[in-house]
Design a protein around this ligand. Structure first.
Ligand SMILES: *Cc1c(COP(=O)(O)O)cnc(C)c1O
Length: 368
């Protein structure tokens, strides 16, 4: 029986419904929390692991493909896994405010969890490069938003200095509690599959998430909850691929704004994950990203944001290298609703506009 089931049972026994308690309670023994830690949660985690047959069909050879749809977290991205930990620990340390630089999802999540914990949130975003849904979230959760004339990397430099010089907690993925929370996604995958997958495909921006997954897989392996470790396959957009090209990219460019990062702070950890797991880093073009994005939505009914689709685009690019009968998990890091502009400009839908308000005309338009 999985840890999740063991932990959920007591809730069911109270006579209330079977409620998922959030990832800190679900995985408490694996996390650096104590009785004194005030748990700030929106019941994040427990996201679905969905089989995607159309992707598997493209590969063939008995390969099974699943997506870990982390866009179904409370603020619509995996960042919530990290923020429940980062904000709970900040609260435990009596911090009154948090700060982050963000391509959008970190700020949305930090704002929500800060407010949940009665704290202030300051977020720095690159002017003009944050998807509309993400900006809407930061604003409505009541963060103080500072849009700077510069890219993510420039914003991160400023917030790092701010947190050194002022009494404010940094909640970017340099905050070690973030990765502790995020590693629970690897636990959930093993709890669902009964073992680790053969490949874990994941987009990389600051490369915190790939590092967190690797930590999670190794921990569960050590506790004998998995018999193997996956190959870590990290994908970047070709216009923003510092880890693939092994150099800092001064002016990163990609449609996938969540991974538009030229100088990843978790570079060393990610390279280590690649080497230890005998994995690979690879770049995918914006065209390949958009193709995977449209395919997931129109063939599988799964709407993710463009950055997330890089995991599937990368898998398809490597499809001839996949061993027979492998099990593969692609991480869908964020929800498609975050970036409606991208969806409206990239789809193959039949969209009839300004049709006359008349039954015959409508029927004729529909081909009857
Ligand atoms: C933050 C983010 C990423 C990149 O994650 P890193 O930990 O920075 O590598 C990818 N996709 C989405 C949707 C994100 O929000």
């Amino acid at each position: 029986m999985s840890l999740i089931n063991k932990l959920i049972r007591p809730f069911a026994a109270t006579g209330s419904q079977c409620i998922w308690p959030g990832l800190i309670e679900a995985y408490r023994p694996f996390l650096p929390v104590s009785e004194k830690t005030p748990v700030i949660t929106l019941q994040e985690g427990a996201t679905p692991l969905i089989p995607v047959q159309s992707i598997a069909n493209r590969i063939g050879r008995g390969v099974k493909v699943f997506v870990k749809y982390d866009g179904l977290n409370p603020t619509g991205s995996f960042k919530d896994r990290g923020m429940t930990m980062a904000l709970s620990k900040a609260k435990e340390e009596n911090s009154e405010a948090v700060i982050c630089a963000s391509t959008g999802n970190t700020s949305a999540s930090a704002a929500a969890y800060a407010k949940r914990g009665g704290m202030k949130a300051f977020v720095l975003i690159p002017d003009g490069y944050v998807a509309q849904g993400k900006l809407a979230q930061a604003l409505v959760y009541g963060a103080e938003v500072i849009s700077i004339k510069g890219n993510f990397d420039a914003a991160l430099e400023i917030v790092q200095k701010m947190s050194d010089q002022y009494p404010i907690t940094l909640v970017n993925s340099v905050n070690p509690y973030r990765l502790q929370g995020q590693k629970t996604a690897a636990f959930e995958i093993i709890d669902s599959l009964g073992d680790a997958p053969d490949w874990l495909c994941i987009p990389m921006g600051n490369a915190g998430n790939i590092s967190a997954y690797w930590m999670g897989f190794k921990e569960y392996f050590k506790h004998k909850k998995a018999k193997k470790l996956p190959k870590m396959m990290g994908f970047q957009a070709s216009g923003s691929a510092p880890l693939v090209q092994n150099k800092i990219i001064k002016e990163p460019e990609t449609i996938a704004t969540a991974i538009r990062i030229g100088n990843p702070v978790n570079r060393e950890k990610a390279i280590n994950a690649k080497i230890e797991s005998k994995g690979e880093f690879l770049a995918v073009t914006d065209e390949e990203i958009v193709e995977a994005y449209k395919m997931l939505a129109s063939k599988e009914g799964i709407f993710c944001e463009p950055a997330s689709a890089a995991s599937v685009a990368g898998l398809l690019k490597r499809k001839d290298n996949i061993p027979l009968n492998s099990t593969i998990v692609c991480v869908l890091t964020g929800n498609g609703l975050k970036d409606p502009d991208c969806a409206i400009s990239n789809n193959d839908a039949v969209f009839h506009i300004k049709v006359e308000n008349n039954l015959d005309v409508v029927a004729k338009t529909m081909g009857f």
